[in-house]
Ligand binder design. Sequence first.
Ligand code: ADP
Ligand code: MG
Length: 503
Amino acid sequence: MLDLTYTAPQPKVIHGAKGDWELVIGLEVHAQVASNAKLFSGASTRFGSEPNSNVAFVDAAMPGMLPVINEFCVAQAVRTGLGLKAAINLRSAFDRKNYFYPDLPQGYQISQLYHPIVGEGEIIVDMAPGIARRVRVERIHLEQDAGKSIHDMDPAMSFVDLNRTGVALMEIVSRPDIRGPEEAAAYVVKLRQILRYLGTCDGNMQNGNLRADVNVSVCKPGDYERFQETGDFGHLGTRCEIKNMNSMRFIQAAIDYEARRQIAILEDGGSIVQETRLYDPDKGETRSMRSKEEAHDYRYFPDPDLLPLEIEQEWVDDIAASMPELPDEKKARFVREMGLSEYDAGVLTAEVENADYFEAVASGRDGKMAANWVINELFGRLNKEGLSVATSPVSAAQLGGVIDLIADGAISGKIAKDLFEILWTEGGDPAQIVDQRGMKQVTDLGAIEAAVDQIIADNPAQVEKAKANPKLAGWFVGQVLKATGGKANPAAVNALVAQKLGL
Ligand code: ADP
Ligand code: MG
């Protein structure tokens, strides 16, 4: 593994009017399981379908319908657990969380309160090259998503779309190990990256496939350490939960606002009411949604329609055997085997598709050179044009071809950029283009010599000046490069000019 400095999460200190305060944060992330069918029915999970077209009878809570567990969703949760180095519980169970809502026809959500499928794990959160934090994951449980109420389609009526009802979610709960807004956002970034590598959640936050409930409290310096020593939450402040955050930027802004709001109340002699709050991105503030007192009593109880979920260790082992290389391992390998900087390796492994593209380019070639071309030329251009490696006009094979031509000395770095441009706009085979368009670097000394002789013969006055002041030899080098269309090998031109001028 990489030689990272793991520090404990670092408390962000806010200087209040009456002293210093520290932040304590715990995240509950809802990740939609990547699966074509729902958790307890065969209905499709396709996004953007006609409203109420992906609804099985059991999703609509028709009388007498029974849920049937989708084995693939369970496998996805196990795979996620293994990816977070977590304990897998061979026995878990489903509970009913009872509440009324128009988009919840069952009148309860099936979840796992008492016996989740995944136990304690961890996420290594990258803060900067060489600096990472270890954040513990407390549990992952499987549960159903609810439907969607639509209030803005008609002035007098609300509508309900049940397409989402019963879609499988993984709720990934962190310990209150996160100590600042940047760490919270970096935690979600890393979690999303791992889920995408695993293929267990597409991580699309705009579509709501990954959303975070952010718990925030503040305490005085020293309190957190006392909490860690004793495990007594009484040392921590009362927390508020900000629901349904789906942007890294808003997560940070909401935490910062919320912490300052709590500090102001506490310094004013007030106390924090535990409540659920919503973040308003337009106003940049959080506001109360419901307090704990008015919170529902969910009357959890084991779902009598579902047997406890028992899985075999062998089945878990099979899933473990098919795990992909994960981001931390891939990044470490790129540093170790290809000599890349941790920063570059981090950029290249951010998305698994990017890493695959890079590996195809680097295979059998110089890793650093490949990294430079992929990061600076390719990613730079893709970003500018809003494309991704999947839609890149230049394939890994083509880019590899460009690098081969540079490595062979067939083209200079400058010509290679022109070649990249041609490949980007017109496509084609790099070696063939170089041949057909006469882009080859002239390393043939005879040809360069002829060009040098010509320029010297044509410019006797310049020759005299250069002989008196050798610094002016650069002018001849420039003329030769120009005359050869930038294709002459600059080192050879330099040497020849100096020699011919007798410098
Ligand atoms: P609940 O069952 O009410 O949702 P949990 O114990 O499951 O409560 O905790 C929910 C989340 O809140 C977890 O991520 C946990 O780490 C976090 N959390 C608990 N106490 C605090 C606190 N004092 N400050 C910040 N986060 C907290
Ligand atoms: Mg909770």
